[in-house]
Write a protein that binds this ligand. Sequence first.
Ligand SMILES: *Cc1c(COP(=O)(O)O)cnc(C)c1O
Length: 669
Amino acid sequence: MVLADSPSGPAAAASPAGSEAWSSADGAALYGLDSWGDPYFSAGARGHVMVQPRGDRGGALDLVELVRELLGRDLSLPLLIRFDDILEDRLERLHGAFERAIAQYGYDGRYQGVFPVKCNQQRHVVEQLVESGRRWHFGLEAGSKAELLIALSLLDDPEALLICNGYKDRRYIETAILARRLGRQPVVVIEQPDEVAPIIAASSSLGAAPFIGIRAKLSARSTGRWGSSVGERAKFGLSIPDLLTTVEQLRQAGLLSDLRLLHFHIGSQINDIAVLKDALQEAGQIYAELTRLGAPMGFLDVGGGLGIDYDGSRTASAASTNYSLQNYANDVVATIRECCEPHGIRPPTLVSESGRALASHFSVLVFDVLGASGRSDGVPPAADGEALILRNLRDTHAAVEAVAAATLSDGDEPDMRGVVERLQEAWNDALKFKEDALNAFRLGYLSLPERATAERLTWASCQAIARQLDQLPPGTVIPQELQALAAALAGTYYANLSVFRSAPDTWAIDQLFPVLPIHRLDERPTRLGSFADLTCDSDGKIARFIDRGQVKPLLELHGLRPGEPYWIGLFLGGAYQEVMGNLHNLFGSTNAVHIRLAAGGGYRIDHVVKGNTNAEVLEAMEHDPDLLLERLRQASEQAIGRGDLAISDARRLMAHLRASLEQTTYLEA
Ligand SMILES: *Cc1c(COP(=O)(O)O)cnc(C)c1O
């Protein structure tokens, strides 16, 4: 397969719109690469997406070349590419931001973060974070017993924190207490009033206590999707009366000296920094109060919520944030300092559980397009004695082309209003004649081939009108009806992926991710389209795209070229998507690779994680692949016996079945 990415390719030259200058920079601007992509993704001179895995510290990889080489190694699309350098760079940026804020505000304390494992539990990801985070004693946060097992086994730094959140039974609590004897630093966070009694009981029976934290229910309200994570009716956290009762219970049990941490979490993807400030002030006061009540404290955990600017708009809209990483760190540090100073309280070690902010950038999902709907193949040649309806459509198409000729040959200032009126008239005619053609077909006056010709002529007219509109000077007033034309011409691009598996939040919570072709950025896109996935579910689509603080239903895309792949990247999906993804229609996990920038340029592949095979997804539903094969073998023996199936065909059928079981669940190239 050869990828032609030069703008002078035959298809580009044939398209009138493509003849206008269009550079990689235009492509980058169109898809917002230069805003949300900064500093990891950009457009290269050849129209390919470039990856700078170490941010602005140098080194770049051509994503298209990389994919091509990975395919050469027998990996197939869809492919999840994890850039571990990006993960490391995000960690550095997070710590750098807090270090700068601490220096700037003269904060007499430290920052010590943890990674919430629920964000991405993949072994290589958690291992990488623990390894890269060692120099800052970066820790982990667990929200369930299974996550606690991961955190306990992977986190071996005695100074790193292991924050234990989520619902806890006696075994969870005792495990955490005993882990302290292994030399770990587990902090059991009391999230519900009824967790206090089992913690006290477990501590007294084991003769040892864990470090204890308390999660407060704040009244500060977050906006957006996770706004209900806070407030009186939040699922987790202690109300102020419960918090005071808990302190008394711990005091009576002799455990107050183990109360070390105050925790809050006001929901993921905080869009508006004003909300965070309110929460910080409230938490700062509660922290001060707890020290006054006699708890040693020492840690303030501000939870997750640090957001990602998915659309690059830097606004408080759902897919963005109106603050930077540095703004966030500054606000945390400055606000907590302001709360502690007047009370003469020693500033706590600041903890954050930033998951989305660390893990979103590092993985890129690349999938291929299998085909597109709504392609017109130009104007079909006229037949002798063509039906009147078809001739009408041909005339309409000719009228549109004539508008072009008129404006171009006109020496004087062209009459733009006149042009728009003629285009609108042609559009109305095309719609009317198409309707006529449909009616004629229904009544039996038009054959199926004639109806096909009518549809192709309508398409050709619409495309010609769209091209004309494109070339009108900016500011020309376009009537509403004609604005709908682009959408009417939009195509469906069939994507070799399952959104339920690979980008479930696009379906579940209307999350936006940047989606764009990873090549041909130096070629003007000539079509509008959306993506349909492989599942037999009409919800299996990507039809909402970033648009600088807005959402658009259609994305600018390129026409497909025969024999050439069209590769699409879905970016910023490293957090939550893998674990939330499901087996709808039995599409399993995709292949995944871990890429590291190599010292002398180039890259190395650290891990290859093969995607689920069909046998694996069948087993997940309790089917036995061997049994399935055996049943089909018996059925083919019977068919051979009846003389319905040749032995050679039976062998071929069994070979296909066996091969399918061993292969990934996606379409083979
Ligand atoms: C989910 C969660 C996080 C992570 O939130 P992000 O917005 O991804 O940073 C942190 N802490 C708690 C308690 C959570 O439930």
